[in-house]
Design a protein around this ligand. Structure first.
Ligand SMILES: *Cc1c(COP(=O)(O)O)cnc(C)c1O
Length: 400
């Protein structure tokens, strides 16, 4: 298919200078097993056919591309299109890699999926996969997040998952990752860690990208069929970076297609006020891989802030750090305010309520449209906004 995707990362999991696998010794043999299983399965017609069946008959793929006519006319300039991952089962792109991780676990003879979750979106997607494959599921979640995102806790429990409250430290995502990894070390013979984005030690950044690449592959075909050509600009929000890598994968060898990753600027560019890792970060290590990081003066991961809890991570997928360095992707930001405005505009003008994460990509397209007169912008609508309604309306009202 694709020259770039075939040659990157290298066999040790490096995307240029970034990536790799820094593992505690007990996990080394287990990650070797995952690397080998993925190498075999990604070339197995049976695995590929099973995944294709699941995507079509369970997830509801392919998801469409919508031309956002009213929004385009209002902004003036480019025609804006959206890849509708909000219409994927469970309402976001995350199920694309969770179902594939479940299938990988099944083929490896594992009976359990373990992960952490922040806002609960990844936990719900992984619990859905576990239910489908008849596996046990253990999700670690900070006590603060459990309170904040209670509807997702209810969903995970209904789906049959065990939710483990984490009471260490700040009781949020970082502590949940540590807790989940600790638990996984003791169960790695029968469990698979289901990482939630293009992050973590090799082979996860590559595997999750490959599993998400269906978004870009479909988009390329659909866009050509719809318009007779390729989009001029392709954009997606970047938290860990999985929905962005999925969409970019379809266009990465097309030099004429400009790729943009949109990071959350939160309330300001001051450290602690945002989660724009590629824009303001430095090289460092987090959770077993080398990437760009937001760090405090001691070199520890800095606190991050954004309206969109799914973008709330002080690191970023190593492949994005690489694509930034080689200049193939441009990384820019959208702040809370313009993303919230985009959330209201898309709802009212197009009848699509976006996730606050996805609203960052919408905000970018709205801002850029006038600079691309007569051109086209394709954005990834990574998820639907149902999960954000209570928060948005309680905090900001109806946006009049
Ligand atoms: C989790 C999430 C994101 C951020 O994750 P990436 O790995 O950066 O894609 C974006 N949008 C939605 C709807 C999410 O749930």
């Amino acid at each position: 298919m694709n020259d770039y995707l075939k040659s990157t990362p290298n066999k040790d999991g490096f995307f240029g200078d970034y990536g790799g696998a820094m593992l505690p010794p007990p996990l080394v043999p287990h990650f070797k097993e995952i690397v080998e299983a993925y190498e075999t399965l990604s070339n197995s017609p049976e695995f590929i056919e099973e995944l294709r069946y699941i995507r079509k008959h369970f997830q509801g793929r392919p998801t469409p591309i919508s031309y956002l006519k009213n929004l385009s006319e209002k902004c003036g300039g480019a025609k804006i299109y959206a890849k509708r991952e909000d219409l994927n089962h469970t309402g976001a792109h995350k199920l694309n890699h969770c179902m594939a991780e479940g299938l990988l676990a099944k083929h490896m003879g594992k009976t359990k999926l373990i992960a952490e979750t922040g806002a609960g979106q990844h936990g719900v997607a992984l619990a859905t996969a576990a239910a489908y494959f008849g596996m046990e599921c253990e999700i670690h979640m900070g006590e603060v997040d459990i309170k904040k995102e209670y509807p997702n806790v209810v969903r995970m429990k209904l789906l049959g998952a065990t939710v483990i409250p984490v009471s260490e430290g700040a009781k949020t995502l970082k502590e949940a990752v540590d807790s989940a990894f600790g638990s996984y070390i003791g169960q790695a013979d029968h469990a698979l860690f289901g990482i939630g984005s293009v992050v973590g030690p090799h082979p996860f950044p590559m595997m999750v990208r490959d599993f998400q690449s269906i978004v870009g592959i479909e988009s390329r075909e659909q866009f050509e069929e719809m318009t007779g050509g390729l989009p001029d600009v392709v954009a997606a929000c970047v938290g860990g970076g999985s929905n962005a890598m999925g969409l970019f994968a379809g266009f990465i060898d097309d030099e004429d297609v400009a790729l943009y990753g949109v990071e959350p600027l939160g309330t300001s560019s001051k450290l602690g006020d945002h989660a724009a890792t590629l824009t303001y970060g430095q090289d460092g290590d987090i959770h077993g891989f080398h990437t760009k990081l937001l760090m405090d003066e001691n070199g520890d991961p800095a606190p991050v802030n954004t309206l969109a809890s799914g973008l709330d991570y002080p690191g970023v997928g190593p492949e994005h750090a690489h694509l930034q360095k080689i200049g193939r992707v441009t990384y820019t930001t959208a702040d809370d305010k313009e993303s919230l405005a985009a959330f209201y505009e898309l709802s009212r003008l197009e009848g699509i309520i976006p996730a606050l994460e996805s609203a960052h990509a919408v905000a970018f397209a709205m801002r850029e449209a006038k600079n691309h007169s007569g051109k086209s912008i394709l954005l990834n609508l990574s998820g639907r906004g149902d999960k954000d309604l209570d928060f948005v309306v309680d905090t900001y009202g109806f946006g009049e």
